[in-house]
Design a binder for this molecule. Structure first.
Ligand SMILES: [Zn+2]
Length: 639
């Protein structure tokens, strides 16, 4: 199953207004459902005796179920005819469903035994998704809420220049309602029926670049595989209305892989069959070592090239500038909340003494706070100007595109790593989260976690092609202590700052991370997928040691591909849907966008700025960034 993002054309002001109202109505329905489920959940936790006796019955009594939330949404809409103009009952119930999903995660623990916290009440800017309902594949012509109609062939035939080239105009042509949508074969359109004002028909824009046509054929060629559509909006300060809209079409098909990628993966599946690899993750680089039956040792280190570093510096500078501009704008709009700086205060006193009238300035001093250090006025109560909001959205957009570039970068690097080192890896079971406190910025710049997830994904795909076990196994640091041992089995204690490994027993020399990676390549597990059962097979490492041509292990450097934001495949947008990146990346929660914004750099002004409530501490960045490692891992599906 995969998802393709199709930009929706809302150039027509009537269409745009309809979609905007659909969102604002959907948002109020969504929030009502969230408040409702919160109060019921609170009642559930407060009723202790009854809960311990019979939790299921208590849930039923408190109407804590998907069904009753759906009915409540239904009843809400019945009681509010003014809302019914912009939204259908099916959509209201879908929204209630999505609220229930969060409540369910809170009520019941997942496979790891963890429960989520109490679901919050969402904010307007985080409300992005209007969930559709899946097409019925057993019953014909049954597809509620958002539907996609038309055919790819029809779309291409309708937009063909005189020279026969497929193109997409700046403004898409409107699609007229046919007699029957199910027999319609014209250009693709997103259709939403059931509104009192008639069916909403939004033209779809397809990328026209020749390189994308194979991707389109793969996803859109067979309408019977189309499954479900969500309408998703993204903030984009450059378009009218400030939001871009996309239809996320879920297709019942394997993710697309280009012929070149498929060939490379098949070659890697054959070449990597006998290889075992180990990965050592460092704050600023990743070292990969692999061997084939204790022979043919290869060591590669992935580092950022000079170009990538300068680019990161430039980006960081730009980021600081953006933050300063935001801070200035906030201060200007909320001057009463800030003290004057020392110099400003001195000047004001001087002018007062001289009998001059006070000048208006943007206060540059600290935020006015009580004796406990808490601001007198919470940040979220501040007045924010339109300019501030626009700048903030620009910053988020820039950060998201930078994150995409980094992800594309990680994927290409991962492909090269797997081609060279095979598809079986062992990595130390440490979460980069714990490093964030100390190396937040360095980590954010190098994103080793992202590279490791990319390697894991690629290794899994190649292992599936080879029809063998593969992927990434995690070994406990405690049972292996990779950085403290030598290939001969001796313990070689090293301080964290000591980057060289020199063994007095066998005379082996090498970089600390290299030796650790070679050891990781020899880790064996007592129980599969159990980090604590990991042990280093020192018999094997001694065999390898004896076969080494010299007592010094060297590594080859693999530069991260150094692509910049401009060279990276960019996202499709309303006016330019150019390239391969419109194959999603499902963003499963609004948090991911926040994550993207955060990765770009632990901004120095962050705690003061509070660009959005609830996400200010470094710890949280770590948490969130770590979340994104997990979340992105499963979503790399294009390529
Ligand atoms: Zn040794």
């Amino acid at each position: 199953m995969c998802v393709i993002r199709l930009p929706v054309d809302v150039g027509d002001p009537v269409h745009r207004r309809a979609v905007e109202r659909m969102y604002s109505t959907g948002f109020s329905m969504y929030r009502t459902a969230q408040r409702r489920v919160r109060s019921r959940l609170r009642a559930y936790w407060a009723t202790r005796g009854e809960r311990t006796r019979d939790p299921a019955r208590l849930r039923e009594r408190l109407r804590l179920s998907k069904k009753s939330l759906e009915y409540a949404a239904y009843a809400d809409l019945n009681a509010a005819p003014h809302l019914r103009r912009h939204i259908t009952k099916a959509l209201a119930m879908n929204l209630a469903d999505s609220v229930w999903a969060a409540a369910e995660r809170h009520l019941f623990p997942d496979a790891t035994g963890k429960r989520f916290g109490m679901p919050g009440v969402g904010r307007w800017y985080d409300f992005r998704r209007l969930p559709g309902r899946a097409q019925s594949h057993t019953e014909e012509h049954k597809w509620e809420s958002f539907r996609l109609h038309g055919t790819l062939a029809g779309h291409r035939a309708a937009y063909r220049s005189t020279s026969g080239r497929f193109f997409q105009p700046r403004r898409m042509r409107p699609v007229a309602e046919p007699k029957s949508w199910w027999r319609y074969e014209g250009p693709l359109a997103l259709v939403f029926s059931g509104l009192p004002d008639g069916t909403l028909i939004l033209p779809i824009r397809l990328p026209s670049a020749p390189s994308n046509q194979a991707i389109l054929d793969h996803h859109l060629g067979d309408p019977s595989k189309w499954h479900k559509i969500d309408l998703v909006r993204t903030r984009d300060p450059s378009v009218l209305g400030g939001w871009r809209y996309e239809a996320h079409l879920m297709v019942l098909a394997a993710p697309y892989a280009s012929p070149a990628t498929r060939a490379a993966r098949e070659a890697a599946a054959i070449a990597g069959t006998g290889r075992c690899g180990g990965i050592d993750v460092n704050v600023s680089n990743v070292t990969i070592a692999s061997h084939e039956n204790e022979d043919d040792l290869r060591v590669t280190r992935v580092v950022r090239g000079a170009k990538a570093r300068t680019r990161a510096h430039r980006r960081a500078r730009q980021e600081r500038r953006r933050l300063r501009a935001l801070d200035r704008s906030r201060r200007a709009a909320n001057a009463a909340q800030y003290e004057l700086s020392k110099r400003q205060a001195k000047r004001a006193r001087r002018r007062e003494a001289a009998g001059l009238r006070p000048v208006q300035v943007i206060p540059a001093g600290p935020r006015k706070a009580g004796s406990d250090g808490k601001p007198l006025q919470a940040y979220w109560r501040d007045t924010l100007t339109q300019g501030y909001r626009r700048k903030r959205a620009e910053r988020a957009a820039a950060a998201a595109s930078a994150a995409r570039a980094r992800k594309a970068d990680a994927r290409t690097t991962a492909k090269r790593v797997v081609a060279e080192h095979g598809f079986r890896f062992v990595v130390e079971d440490v979460s980069p989260r714990t490093w964030f406190k100390r190396w937040g910025r360095a980590l954010a710049a190098a994103t080793p976690g992202m590279l490791v997830s990319a390697i894991e994904h690629e290794a899994n795909v190649v292992a599936a092609i080879a029809n063998q076990r593969g992927g990434l196994a995690r070994a406990s640091t405690r049972t292996t202590a990779l950085s403290q041992h030598c290939l001969c089995g001796q313990r070689v204690a090293k301080e964290l700052g000591q980057r060289r490994h020199t063994c007095v027993t066998c005379g082996l020399q090498g970089d600390r991370d290299t030796i650790a990676a070679v050891l990781a390549a020899h880790v064996v597990f007592g129980t599969r997928n159990e980090p604590a059962s990991a042990r280093v097979d020192y018999v094997a490492t001694r065999t390898l040691l004896a076969r080494l041509p010299s007592k010094e292990i060297d590594y080859r450097i693999l530069l991260n591909r150094d692509i910049g934001r401009q060279d990276a495949q960019s996202e499709s947008s309303a006016t330019t849907a150019r390239d391969g990146f419109f194959v999603t990346e499902t963003e499963c929660s609004p948090d991911l966008v926040v994550v993207a914004r955060r990765i770009v750099g632990g901004p120095p002004l962050q705690s003061q700025m509070s660009l959005a409530p609830r996400q200010t501490t470094l710890d949280r960045i770590g948490m969130r960034t770590n979340l994104s490692f997990g979340a992105t891992a499963s979503t790399w599906d294009s390529s």
